[in-house]
Design a protein around this ligand. Structure first.
Ligand code: HGY
Ligand code: MN
Ligand code: MN
Length: 402
C-alpha cells in the first residue's frame, strides 16, 4: 500500500460530483465508508483497531498497556477524515494517509520501536454536521461534556445521540476517556498547510508553533412570517435585516480589532422567496492572534445583534494554543531546522495540547494556500516529503528508550 494507492482509494469517497469538493460528515454512510477504509488499512498492517468512548479509531504498533507497565507511553500520529461542506481532499486525510505511509517506511527500514506507535482517526473534527469542531477530541478530553455532545443537532434536527445509535453505537458510552489519553506520551499531527506560509518560505514542510484563539457563536434573529408582496414595509418584522447587519458588522469589527471573522452558515425560516422570514440564524467564526481582539470583535457584533433584537450564544471557544515548545524544537531539529509557523486553523492536536498532552504539528506545503475548498492542494512530491519527515520524527520519538 503506497501513499499513492491509499490516496487513490480515498479520493472518490464522499466526493461531490457537482463541486468536486467533499461532503464527509460525521456518523453518515460516507463516514462509515471512511471508517471502514481506516480499519482496512490497519488490518492490512496487522494492527488491531479499537474505538474509544467517542468513536475515535485507534491502532497501535506495539502494546501501549505493556509500555504503561514499564512506566512508558506511546507516540501517536494521525488526524481526521471528515470535511467541511465541499471541502478539499487534503484537510485531514493527508495526516491519516501520511501516518500509515510513515509507519510503512519505518517497517521497511527494519525499525523496531522502543515504545508503541499509534495511529488515530479523530471523528467529527470539522463539526460540519453538529456544529462543534473537534467534537471527537473534545469529548474524550472532557473539553465538551457527553451530555452536550449527545444533544447537538444537525440541520434536520437529528441529535448526535440518534446519529450514533443509527451508526450502531451506544450513545450512553460517550465521555471523557482517560484510559485512551493515558496511552499518549506525545502526539504529532501532520496537516496540509491552510495558508501560503510554506510557499513564501519555499519549503515543503514546517513545524507549527501555535493555534490562534478561535470560537463559534450562534446568532438568532426573530421576525414575523408574512407575505412578501402584500405586507407594508412599516408592518414588517424581517429577520433577515438583523442578519444582514451582523454580516457587515463582523467584517467591520474584524478590521477595527485586527482579527478575522466571517458568517459562513445561515439558516432561514421558512426559506421561501416570497415569504418574509420569521427567523434567521447565522453562525459567526472569529479568530485572531490576540484573544482580546477576538473577544472585542465579538462584543461589537453582539451589541449590534442585540440592538436588532437578536440573541448571541457562544458555541465553542478554543484559547490560544502553543504547542509543546521542547517537543516542537526537537521535531524541528530532527528535520534539520525547517521553518516554524503559527496557524489560524483549529486541530485535534490543539485540543490534546490544551488537555496537557505533549503535542506538535507538521505542515505540508499547499501551493494554492486555499483550504476548506475544492481548490486545496499539495503536490505529491511535497506529500512524500511530509511522509519522510513524519517517519523521521516517529523514529526519533519512538526509538530512544524512555
Ligand atoms: O475550523 C477549523 O479551523 C478546523 O478546520 N476545524
Ligand atoms: Mn478543516
Ligand atoms: Mn483539519
Amino acid at each position: 500500500m503506497s501513499f499513492e494507492s491509499m490516496w487513490a482509494d480515498l479520493q472518490p469517497v464522499g466526493r461531490s460530483a457537482h463541486s468536486g469538493g467533499y461532503r464527509r460528515f460525521a456518523w453518515t454512510r460516507t463516514d462509515h465508508d471512511l471508517r471502514e477504509w481506516f480499519a482496512g488499512e490497519c488490518t492490512a498492517r496487522g494492527l488491531d483497531v479499537t474505538d474509544d468512548r467517542m468513536g475515535n479509531q485507534w491502532a497501535w504498533w506495539g502494546e501501549p498497556d505493556d509500555a504503561a507497565r514499564r512506566g512508558d507511553k506511546g507516540v501517536v500520529t494521525g488526524s481526521h477524515l471528515d470535511s467541511v461542506p465541499d471541502g478539499g481532499a487534503f484537510d485531514g486525510p493527508l495526516g491519516v494517509v501520511s501516518a500509515f505511509a510513515a509507519l510503512d517506511v519505518l517497517r521497511d527500514n527494519g525499525f523496531q520501536p522502543a515504545r508503541p506507535i499509534g495511529i488515530v482517526n479523530f471523528v467529527d473534527e470539522e463539526g460540519a454536521r453538529f456544529g462543534v469542531a473537534c467534537a471527537g477530541s473534545r469529548v474524550i478530553t472532557g473539553a465538551m461534556t457527553a451530555d452536550r455532545a449527545r444533544g447537538l443537532t444537525d440541520a434536520d434536527g437529528v441529535t448526535m445521540a440518534e446519529a450514533l445509535e443509527a451508526a450502531g453505537r451506544d450513545a450512553r458510552h460517550l465521555g471523557r476517556d482517560d484510559e485512551t489519553l493515558g496511552r499518549i506520551g506525545a502526539f504529532v499531527e501532520l496537516h496540509v498547510e491552510q495558508g501560503r506560509g510554506l510557499v513564501d518560505l519555499e519549503n515543503p514542510v514546517a513545524v507549527a508553533t501555535d493555534i490562534w484563539p478561535h470560537g463559534r457563536w450562534r446568532l438568532d434573529f426573530p421576525g414575523e412570517a408574512n407575505h412578501a408582496g402584500t405586507t407594508r414595509l412599516e408592518d414588517r418584522q424581517d429577520a433577515m435585516l438583523g442578519y444582514a447587519g451582523a454580516v457587515l458588522a463582523a467584517r467591520e469589527a474584524a478590521i477595527s480589532h485586527g482579527c478575522v471573522a466571517t458568517i459562513g452558515k445561515v439558516e432561514v425560516t421558512p426559506g421561501g422567496v416570497n415569504a418574509i422570514p420569521s427567523a434567521v440564524t447565522g453562525w459567526l467564526d472569529a479568530r485572531g492572534a490576540s484573544p482580546r481582539a477576538v473577544r472585542r470583535a465579538v462584543a461589537d457584533v453582539r451589541s449590534m445583534v442585540e440592538q436588532a433584537g437578536g440573541h448571541v450564544t457562544e458555541e465553542s471557544w478554543t484559547p490560544s494554543t502553543p504547542f509543546d515548545p521542547a517537543l516542537s524544537d526537537r521535531v524541528r531539529d530532527r528535520l534539520g531546522g525547517v521553518p516554524m509557523l503559527g496557524t489560524g486553523a483549529g486541530h485535534d492536536a490543539g485540543i490534546l495540547a490544551n488537555a496537557g498532552i505533549r503535542t506538535a504539528m507538521l505542515f505540508v506545503r499547499n501551493p494554492t494556500g486555499v483550504s476548506h475548498s475544492p481548490l486545496e492542494f499539495a503536490e505529491l512530491s511535497d506529500c512524500l516529503e511530509g511522509v519522510a519527515a513524519l517517519g523521521a520524527v516517529l523514529e526519533d520519538l519512538a526509538g530512544a528508550p524512555a
